[in-house]
Write a protein that binds this ligand. Sequence first.
Ligand code: ZN
Ligand code: ZN
Ligand code: ZN
Length: 367
Amino acid sequence: MDARERSAERMARATAGAADDGLGAIVVGPSPDLAYLSGYDPPPFERPTVLVLRPDREPTLVVPELERALAAVSGGGGKVDLATWRDGSDPYGVIAGLLPGSGRVGISDRMWAVHLLGLQAAAPALSWTSASPVLARLRARKDRDELDALRRAGAAADASFEAICMIGLAGRTERDVADDLARLLVEFGHDSADFTIVASGPNGASPHHDPGSRRIAPGDPVVLDFGGSFDGYFSDTTRTVVVGDPPDGLEDVFALVHEAQGAGVEAVRPGVAIQEVDRAARAVIAAGGFGDRFIHRTGHGIGREVHEPPYAVEGDRTVLEPGMTFSVEPGIYLDGRFGVRIEDIVAVTDDGVERLNRSARELRVVD
Ligand code: ZN
Ligand code: ZN
Ligand code: ZN
């Protein structure tokens, strides 16, 4: 399937999904949703650009006149109708003209409020709801090419971890190690390095610590959580290492997180609600007495975005299907002492689970 066919098929499925959900249309602004559906990936601007999907019409991309040439080349591989508006005219009237006169319409969750307000004023008889239930359902199940991209991303992140361990951490600042990790992610094939958390010693107790000037010393546990985009799909992995001898209590806490992460991954298979993955990991940590120090959900979907639905959290009843990809990343955070987190991306297979990160998960002692 070439890009043009794939985009036509995705738009057709989104349109059918909208009809299933009783939506008269879906309006999608610049976002990973738009790129996924149409192949067109412009930045969001004050000038509205939207894709309108309607069960009884061809997909239509509404763009500012000055973007027409660009959209014609990349938008939907030529499979969409183009409608344009000129500066000084009313873009919301043009978009409203493509929508049904009444009923419910879905809108993508990255739409700027100013654009939704303009649409509400231009089409006052419509009621607006989130298009996410339709779009997230589509995007959650990755096709073969998407899974391949996620595998390559995972392998490149694993190689980056191996390389940073060989380089060593002792005596260096967190910022310096984070810069190295970013460089390695790109060296191993990422388009860009998007986040490189290096949280040493007590800084590890803050899950999203911003790497700073702290100098890593012997006896420090270090949480390394990093990833980036690879052919448009994200990697995201976490390993906790220790420089030299582990401090008191680290090995017990690490063993608990390691066991919890394994339990979470083992819970992954088709037909199971994703909240069961959270429950499996959380039960282990709670039984070990650290339930209140596991202060975040167990995982998040991943694909064109680092965080996207579904979420491994109590209350998310999304039933796992082959091709879904998400993180399993339990952690324990002890204020003033250290933190431990282990994170792998996994893919749901026909009968179980595939880990997309394969670097060793045991407590690694580094220089
Ligand atoms: Zn995180
Ligand atoms: Zn992460
Ligand atoms: Zn993550």
